[in-house]
Ligand binder design. Structure first.
Ligand code: MLT
Ligand code: MN
Length: 305
């Protein structure tokens, strides 16, 4: 299995258009220790010819142009992109679908709940249903990922619920509850017994999730914030990570502590918010996550499994 990180940052990217915070300033000034990153997405393939996107970020067009494997190779119109798997309905996970208009055949794979969000937004009808199939994926039920011609790609998908909340634009006033349902899921991609996990949003570690991930070969995990209150402390916003449905890296209930006993072979942070100091190559927080056995994803990172 091959995986390419198309984007490593959280919603808003790094630098974010309206952020003049210290990290974003460094990225904008071309500081080599503050590499820009686009919004979170991963591409996976069994054979290098047929690719599946895990989430379609608003930066998808530039991500395709930066990734030769995803560019047309034959005829006047074609694409190696055979499908898109969605792990949530937030803007940073679905807006890139609009980039994939132009009557190209591919499939969308998501829970019934996330597909209902697409169904409720008529702008997504720009992806004609006669050529872009919407596959309802029941949680905890493996299904094949299909090439555009309908044959098996060699990859299978299982979506599994993780703690999360409704998409930001579907919140109405008060803080929505953190639930374990179909709004926020993780994706497990398997090929011949090898398994890759993609979990860009997760509000807390549960015993079920810990069991599922124990001993895994490769996990891409929610690296949104380092400290739960870092956006408030930096004067960048009013929300904690918990309020946004993301667990943080630090602290007794944080990601570093939660993964310490799990024996995951390769751990990669993805969906990293522009306020998170792990984005800076020279920060003590980067040193701390590296010492804890984590890698920090960057755009263009390639992994073979
Ligand atoms: C999140 O991950 O919390 C969301 O992407 C927030 C957003 O949509 O801006
Ligand atoms: Mn997000």
């Amino acid at each position: 299995m091959q995986a390419v990180v198309l984007g490593a940052a959280a919603g808003g990217a790094f630098p974010q258009w309206n952020s003049n915070g210290p990290g974003c300033r460094r990225a904008r000034n071309g500081d080599p220790a503050a590499k820009p990153r686009s919004q979170a997405s991963l591409a996976v393939s069994a054979d290098g010819d047929h690719w599946f996107l895990l989430n379609a970020s608003p930066d998808l067009r530039q991500q395709i142009e930066a990734t030769p494997s995803l560019q047309p190779r034959s005829g006047l119109r074609s694409s190696p992109i055979a499908g898109v798997v969605l792990t949530g309905g937030d803007v940073d996970a679905i807006a890139g679908l609009l980039t994939l208009r132009e009557r190209q055949r591919f499939g969308i794979y998501a829970t019934a709940r996330i597909l209902s969000v697409l169904d409720d937004n008529p702008i997504f009808e720009v992806l004609g249903r006669d050529i872009v199939a919407r596959h309802t994926v029941a949680p905890l039920t493996p299904c094949p990922l299909l090439r555009a011609d309908g044959t098996h790609s060699g990859l299978s998908l299982e979506l599994f619920p993780v703690p999360g909340k409704v998409p930001l634009y579907l919140e109405h006033g008060a803080a929505p509850p953190i639930v374990i349902g179909e709004d926020t899921v993780g994706a497990m991609i398997s090929q011949d017994g090898r398994r890759l996990f993609f979990i860009p949003g997760c509000a807390r570690m549960t015993p079920e999730l810990a069991d599922r991930l124990a001993g895994a070969e490769l996990v891409f995990f929610d690296g949104t914030l380092y400290h739960d209150d870092e956006m408030i402390r930096a004067g960048l916003g009013e929300k904690t990570g918990r309020r946004m449905g993301h667990m943080s890296l630090a602290g007794p209930e944080g990601t570093l502590a939660a993964f310490a006993p799990l024996g995951v072979q390769r751990r990669v942070l993805i969906h990293i918010n522009n306020s998170n100091p792990v984005l800076l190559d020279d920060s003590p927080e980067r040193e701390a996550v590296t010492a804890a056995g984590w890698e920090v994803a960057f755009d263009g990172m390639e992994i073979r499994l």
